[in-house]
Every structure is written in C-alpha cells, then in structure tokens.
Design a protein around this ligand. Structure first.
Ligand SMILES: Cc1cc2nc3c(=O)[nH]c(=O)nc-3n(C[C@H](O)[C@H](O)[C@H](O)COP(=O)(O)OP(=O)(O)OC[C@H]3O[C@@H](n4cnc5c(N)ncnc54)[C@H](O)[C@@H]3O)c2cc1C
Ligand SMILES: NC(=O)c1ccc[n+]([C@@H]2O[C@H](COP(=O)([O-])OP(=O)(O)OC[C@H]3O[C@@H](n4cnc5c(N)ncnc54)[C@H](OP(=O)(O)O)[C@@H]3O)[C@@H](O)[C@H]2O)c1
Length: 359
C-alpha cells in the first residue's frame, strides 16, 4: 500500500462549503477523510488536498488488447435496476463570466460500480419525458481515476456542462439530465448505470507516450488518466513516459482543472506537457481562432514524429467538430511523407493507438 498527497484547486463555491458543512450519509471515516480534503481557502479558489491511498493491485499479464482485460467491468448496473448513489460534492469549476456552467461532482459508489479510467457511466434522470415514459439514461465520461477523488475506490466523479439553449420558438430550453446533475445537492440521490466503454481505456505500458486531445468537458477521462499517472502511487504502474495534454476551451475562465494540471506539470516537467487553446481569447499568427487543432499545428512536426512510435497513443474526447480539424492537420503531414491519412489512421486504430470519443 502506498500513499501520496495530491493537491488540487477548484473555484470556491457555496456548494463546496455546503458539502463540507453538511456531510452526506456516509461512514465516519469517510467524513473525516472528506473534511481533511478541504484545506486552504484563499481568493476565489479552494485548495483540495486529497490523501490518495492506493491498494496493491495484482500484477496482470499484459494482454494483446487492453479491451479484453478480464478484470474490466461493464454494465454492472442497467437502467431498470440502477445503482443509487449519493452526491457527496458538487462544485462549479468555471468562472462566473465563462460561457456556460461546468460542474465537478462526486458520487458514492460503495465500491459497487468498479470502473477504469476512461470509462463512462449512465445517469437516469428522475421523472418522465413528454410521452410519460421514464427518462432515458445519458452517458457521462468518468472524470476520476479508479480509486476516485478520495482514494478509497468508493466514489465516482463527473464533469458536466449545464445544457441551456434557445429553441426555434425563442423559448429557453434546459437539458434534462445535465441540469438535474448540476443542481444536485450533497446527500441527494443519483441513479447510475454502467460502467460502459472500452475505447478510452489507458494503455498499460508505463512508458507510453499518451497524447490527450480534449475540448470542454471532453477533459473528463484525461483527468482520470492524469491522476493515475501523476497523483497516485501504484505498485504495478509507475508512469515514466510522455503525457501531452491539449485542452480547448472558450475562455481562460473556463479552463477546467487548470490548477491540478499545472501542479502535475510543476512536479513532473519531464513527463507532462500541457497546452491550452483558448478560442475566444487567443489567435494564431494568421489571426485565426485558437482551436485545439490550431494549437496542435504549432507542434505538427513533433506530433507526427511521435506518431511514428509503436508506443504512442492518441486519445480524443469532446466536441465532434474537433475530429475533422485534427484529421486535416494529419492529412497534410501524412501526405508529405507519402501516406494517405485515412489508411494510416486505420492502422493506428487497429493497434488501439488512435482512440476517439466525440459527441
Ligand atoms: C460517451 C458520451 C460521454 C459524454 N460525456 C459527457 C461529459 O463527460 N460531460 C457532459 O457534460 N456531457 C457528456 N456527454 C453528453 C451527455 O450525455 C448529454 O447528452 C448532455 O448532458 C445533454 O443531456 P441533457 O439531458 O441535459 O439534454 P437533453 O434534455 O437530452 O437535450 C439534448 C437535446 O437538446 C437538443 N439541443 C441541444 N443543444 C441544442 C441547441 N443549441 N439548439 C437546439 N437544440 C439543441 C438536441 O436535440 C439534443 O439532443 C457525453 C455523451 C456521450 C455520448
Ligand atoms: N466521451 C464523449 O463522447 C464526451 C465526453 C465529454 C464531453 N463530450 C461532449 O463534448 C462537448 C464539449 O462541450 P463543452 O460545452 O463542454 O465545450 P466548451 O466549453 O464549449 O468548449 C469547446 C471548445 O471547443 C471549441 N470548438 C468549437 N468548434 C470546434 C471545432 N470545430 N474544432 C475544435 N474546437 C472547436 C469551442 O470554441 P468556440 O465555442 O469559441 O467556437 C470551445 O473553445 C459536448 O458536446 C459534450 O457532450 C463528449
């Protein structure tokens, strides 16, 4: 067993404070661990010091495909009989001036929803739809590592954007599940299904180069990856490769988990590179909007070189639109070396080196 102190900061909100003052139904030990997480509060951020305790995991033989790992759980809970968790913490993690609200939330699982970094869970919102039928589940990428934010394998975290839009009739419409989740208070129940998903599972090779491409809440799986790589100690996994995160958001006030990632970079400068693309505040030399692919283009040559290695793995998560932008860069790089990107990508996908979950 090993222990490591992980430090993270999120914008301070009343819900975070409320979560501390009104602990949900949970064991005494969890309450004290929970309280111990809330350490320093200054300015408009609250620093969370999480004592992450990891357990010795049985050393597994590396299989050909990480997707066939027999220890991987899927669909343990189905919509008809979901796991009922409770909200432990729910906090807005973007500034008040950010376009839209994104929340980080932690739910209890009692260890009954065993998940891996990169998987998703379903949430069944309460109530019925316009046809009087129970609402269908919505999928959310898990934003925590397998041990969870408290390190006890008994919680799961999400990163959720509140969907609000104006329809053709000029009416403001609120997305059912995202609003339910963003409004959840500590102690309230949430119906969870899953876990599901194999596309975004991490490579097992601790020396892998892992390139993570995220827009907005697409950051969720990568927070899990990065906690495993840099905030935790595992007897069977000591990351010593290169992790490179590109994160695209609209404004600097919407840079998700920035303090956590900057801490990792400070602690592991040789193993972690971090690049932001802030679309509404930054532009490239041509004056074009700084999208994630625009930022990547600055490192096109280096990225292309990394892609030639057998142990480089690319993961993409977030807005569907980013996929085409990234393909466009790769197409020109591949062409230059005499490859057709579509074919090249097919090979990478076969080797599980190119992994995409966009929506
Ligand atoms: C694998 C996967 C992982 C996901 N992970 C996350 C995650 O980590 N975080 C996250 O926040 N979301 C994530 N999502 C999206 C999530 O599942 C929901 O779709 C999202 O929260 C909206 O659900 P809702 O119930 O609030 O909206 P709903 O009530 O279902 O409304 C959505 C519908 O509203 C309509 N609509 C939406 N925007 C507009 C618009 N601008 N104009 C007109 N109509 C519109 C569309 O018909 C859309 O289908 C993920 C999706 C998938 C498939
Ligand atoms: N596993 C999954 O499939 C998964 C997981 C999590 C989230 N998601 C989805 O990911 C999306 C994230 O949305 P969000 O609201 O959280 O993000 P957001 O905060 O709005 O940030 C998205 C960023 O991407 C930029 N962008 C817009 N069009 C782009 C394009 N064509 N190419 C590259 N960048 C582009 C936006 O720029 P501008 O706004 O300035 O144009 C903005 O900077 C949601 O649709 C969510 O459902 C999917």
């Amino acid at each position: 067993m090993a222990v490591v102190a992980a430090s993270a900061a999120v914008p301070c909100t009343s819900s975070l404070v409320a979560a501390v003052q009104t602990p949900p139904r949970c064991s005494t030990s969890r309450v004290s661990l929970f309280k111990s997480m809330i350490a320093v509060r200054g300015g408009n951020t609250t620093t969370i010091l999480a004592a992450v305790v990891t357990e010795t995991q049985t050393a597994k033989k590396v299989k050909e495909s990480r997707k066939n790992d027999e220890g991987l759980s899927t669909n343990v809970f189905k919509p008809k009989e979901p796991y009922i968790g409770r909200c432990l913490l729910n906090t807005k993690i973007v500034g008040d001036d950010a376009p839209g609200e994104t929340w980080h939330m932690v739910f209890t699982t009692e260890g009954k929803v065993p998940y891996r970094e990169g998987q998703s869970i379903g949430v069944v919102p309460p109530g019925t739809d316009a046809n009087g039928k129970p609402h269908k589940l919505r999928l959310y990428s898990i934003a925590s590592s397998a041990p969870g934010d408290f390190g006890d394998y008994k919680t799961v975290s999400l990163c959720v954007k509140r969907l609000v839009y104006t329809n053709d009739k000029g009416e403001v419409v609120k997305g059912v599940c995202s609003n339910f989740l963003c409004d959840l208070k500590p102690g309230e129940e949430v119906a969870i299904t899953g876990p599901v998903g194999k596309e975004m599972l991490m490579p097992t090779d601790p020396n892998a180069t892992i390139i993570m491409l995220a827009t907005g809440t697409g950051i969720a799986p990568f927070r899990g990856f990065l906690w495993r790589m840099f905030f935790e100690k595992h007897d069977d996994y000591k990351y010593n490769g290169l992790a490179w995160l590109f994160l695209g958001v609209p404004t600097s006030s919407s840079l998700l988990y920035r303090e956590e990632f900057e801490k990792m970079q400070g602690d592991y400068p040789d193993n972690f590179r971090l690049d932001f693309a802030v679309s509404r505040e930054q532009a490239n030399a041509k004056g074009e909007k700084m999208y994630i692919q625009t930022r990547m283009a600055e490192y096109a040559e280096e990225l292309w070189q990394l892609l030639q290695k057998d142990n480089t793995f690319v993961y993409m998560c977030g807005l569907k639109g980013m996929e085409k932008g990234i393909d466009d860069i790769m197409t020109s790089l591949a062409e230059r070396d005499g490859y057709v990107w579509a074919d090249y990508k097919k090979q990478l996908k076969k080797g599980e080196q190119w992994n995409v979950e966009v929506y």
